[in-house]
Design a protein around this ligand. Structure first.
Ligand code: NOJ
Length: 723
């Protein structure tokens, strides 16, 4: 009998339920405090997993209780939300998505895993893979943006990054793909609200990232808090047991979200804890995070015959298998055994700076005002986010302290000099006090340029942070307007650095600023990363992974829409449009300026029929006609013009990158597996249909900026006709 079966055969029901329970320790700055009687419960073997512990010493102390003082000595599985960094904070995931760089996506996950594992942790509740097309939803900040194909690429990179090749290695974490699924489609963007979308949209938009995570070997999955068309995900047999385990063959652990099993009662599908626990177990949820429904409810469910011991054993087996794979049985102290090499820590900080600067999306650079390169440059760095370390961290800060994240002011002061950088806050992020505006305007007088730092507080995005108004909070607009007016009278440029966990609705800011940088929440090296771009040490390359609306009324807004039967026609009243705003976004998906000026030409695709097994080679020439070296991200979209099911006007299928000196031309080659042109047919099964497909290549999801070529998909059947 193997180790797991032999353990299982010795376990009492209480011990089994312990392995199916995850309890929080209330981590505080002073250190973790295990709530209530968890210490005793760990010794009793009735708590087998913990979350929210920080510090190798504390983790090992708890581990010792389990390993040395519990009857069976089963090690604890200890997890934390290491979402965009642990102690070193990288940009928020939405910002990191803007890199369009799978190696970097994996690298930041790998570095976060190293740092968290050095703190004794073995699991992170990441990556967050919820595609979101509604910026009202605060958790857009944590996810991959609006596109399913992009979400899938991020999913595989992150899973590889966190987990490495060997889950047992002391520097890896088990990843948890979350929140399965369609959480990003909450009604009206309101947190925890119901989700009700078509099965096709679930399959086409919300599942691909999870499929990619499973294919990459993700160790665990977390169901979403929400219901999908009336079936809460925590109890969703069809999607958990059916799709995830059955169809995708996922063999790992399903860990519930925080208290989610008990919330089945609030959803209205369970009458009490025993009922809720039964539904979750039947759906395949192995670990109950913080509801205590399994420990309190399953004994009753068992005695009533609602669940079987075999079902419980299956869940326990999966948890023990994960602990075994993580190497916890062999050496529960391997993670956090020794402190990290300081050189690794400082290299990580440097990486945070590189990624922070590469996440920045330059939305405007009027008259090429950036970079600011004047010798002896004097700046006024003003605004409520100019000197706020805590906000640079964004909504998930792992175990980082609130202080110590380089502010914009600190970044510029380090790179210029204290004397050359004036500062005033002006207004706060969201109160009504305008008394500081005058002082801030005064600071502008002696500056060559004004760096205006506005946006959201970090806590305005992330979980439970939906917003109906997507403009600048508080009195920031009044402040910004006053700054623009003063700057205009002084003849000085205003560079706006916008911080947010979502695209904001700020067309006026785009119009009035001289330059506009979407900085998201850049993390620990925020100020340095921003100064690097503004001063031209780094050529900006970030591209927005979400469409920026012109008006909140346009949301949900995304490039992959289906065409209307009455496409917009300004001259025809009865067409698909708004009376008061354009259809298109202010900044489309993929948009982002560089210090170069790129021209595309000579798009090449294969002539002749393309079979399902072919790889399509797409080539395009790109010339930098600007005056500075820059990196261009090239997007590959497709459009199936006539298909048995309406296909989106654009589908992202690839991207490439090229760095070019001024005057230089290069060729970008992108490979597209013809099989990726399959779509879900009328019966929702994948189909490869013959016919013409448009290949569109260019800088962003604005059709007017894309080069177009056509390919012909050849049907494998001799008749060659489409269904
Ligand atoms: C609730 C969040 O939805 C989830 O993403 C997170 O992992 C857990 N809390 C644990 O903190």
């Amino acid at each position: 009998m193997n180790r797991i079966e032999s353990l299982l055969s010795k376990m009492t029901l209480a011990e089994k339920l312990g392995q199916m329970t995850m309890t929080a320790s209330s981590y505080a700055v002073t250190g973790p405090v295990i709530a209530g009687d968890s210490t005793q419960a760990i010794k009793d073997g009735t708590i087998g997993n913990l979350l929210n512990m920080v510090g190798a010493q504390h983790v090992h102390d708890m581990q010792r209780l389990a390993v040395e003082e519990s009857r069976l000595g089963i090690p604890l599985l200890i997890g934390l939300d290491v979402i965009h960094g642990h102690r070193t904070v990288f940009p928020i995931p939405l910002g990191e998505a803007a890199l369009f760089d799978p190696k970097m996506w994996a690298l930041t996950a790998q570095e976060s895993a190293r740092e968290a594992a050095a703190d004794g942790l073995a699991m992170t509740f990441a990556p967050m893979l919820d595609v979101s097309r509604d910026p009202r939803w605060g958790r857009s900040a944590e996810g991959p943006g609006e596109d399913p194909w992009l979400g899938a690429r991020i999913a595989e990179a992150k899973v590889h990054g966190y987990q490495g090749n060997d889950l047992a290695a002391p520097h890896t974490l088990s990843a948890v793909a979350k929140h399965y699924c369609a959480y990003g489609a909450v009604t009206a963007g309101r947190e925890y609200a119901s989700v009700d979308i078509s099965e096709r949209t679930v399959r086409e938009v919300h599942l691909p990232a999870f499929e990619a995570a499973v294919a990459a070997g993700v160790a665990a999955v977390m169901p979403a808090f929400t219901d999908l068309a009336g079936v809460p995900m925590t109890a969703n047999v069809a999607l958990l047991r059916g799709w995830l385990r059955g169809k995708l063959g996922f063999r790992g652990v399903i860990v519930s979200d925080y208290h989610a099993i008990a919330e089945l009662i609030h959803h209205g599908v369970a009458a009490d804890l025993a009922h809720a626990a039964t539904l979750a177990l039947k759906a395949g949820v192995d670990i109950d995070m913080m509801a205590d429904a399994y420990r309190r409810g399953l004994p009753e469910a068992l005695s009533r015959g609602w669940v079987t011991m075999a079902e419980i054993d299956t869940a326990v087996r999966r948890v023990l298998t994960l602990k075994l794979r993580l190497g916890l049985f062999d050496d529960p102290y391997r993670r956090g055994a020794r402190p990290e090499d300081p050189a690794a820590v400082s290299a990580r900080r440097k990486l945070a700076r590189v990624v922070g600067s590469r996440a920045i999306v330059m939305l405007k650079n009027g008259q090429g005002v950036l970079p600011l390169t004047k010798p002896g440059l004097r700046l006024a760095v003003i605004g409520p986010l100019a000197d706020s370390s805590v906000d640079m961290r964004g909504p998930w800060w792992g175990a980082s302290a609130p202080e110590g994240h380089v502010t914009v002011l600190e970044g510029f002061r380090q790179m210029l000099s204290d004397a050359h950088v004036a500062h005033a806050q002006g207004v706060s992020i969201d109160d009504d006090d305008t008394s500081g505006i005058a002082a801030a305007l005064e600071r502008c007088e002696t500056a060559d340029a004004i760096i205006l730092c506005v946006g959201e507080a970090a806590a305005m995005s992330g979980e439970a942070a939906s917003r109906a108004h997507l403009g600048l909070p508080g009195r920031q607009r009044a402040f910004a307007d006053a700054v623009f007016e003063r700057a205009r009278s002084l003849g000085k440029p205003v560079v706006v650095v916008l911080f947010s966990g979502r695209p904001l609705v700020v067309p006026w800011l785009a119009e009035k600023s001289d330059a506009l940088l979407a900085a998201w929440f850049p993390g620990s090296e925020a100020g340095n990363a921003i100064a690097d771009v503004v001063l031209g040490h780094v050529s900006p390359s970030g591209r927005t992974p979400v469409s920026w609306p012109r008006a909140a009324g346009q949301v949900p807004i995304f490039f992959g829409q289906r065409p209307s039967g009455r496409p917009r026609d300004a001259a025809d009243h009865y067409t698909s449009k708004y009376l008061d705003v354009a259809n298109d976004p202010l900044f489309p998906f993929g948009f982002g300026l560089t210090f170069g000026r790129f021209k595309y030409s000579n798009l090449r695709v294969p002539a002749g029929g393309v079979a399902e097994s072919d790889t399509i080679v797409v080539r395009v020439d790109v010339a930098n006609e600007g005056r500075r070296a820059a990196e261009e991200t090239v997007f590959l979209f497709t459009h199936d013009r006539v298909a048995s099911v309406v296909r989106p006007v654009l589908e992202l299928k690839g991207f490439g990158k090229i760095s070019l000196e001024p005057g230089e031309t290069g060729t970008v080659t992108m490979l597209l597996a013809a099989a990726d042109l399959k779509f879900l047919g009328l019966d929702l099964e994948p189909v490869f249909e013959a016919g013409d497909v448009e290949i569109l290549v260019g800088p962003c999801a604005d059709r007017s900026q894309l080069l177009l070529a056509g390919i012909e998909l050849a049907h494998p059947a001799p008749s060659g006709i489409k269904r």
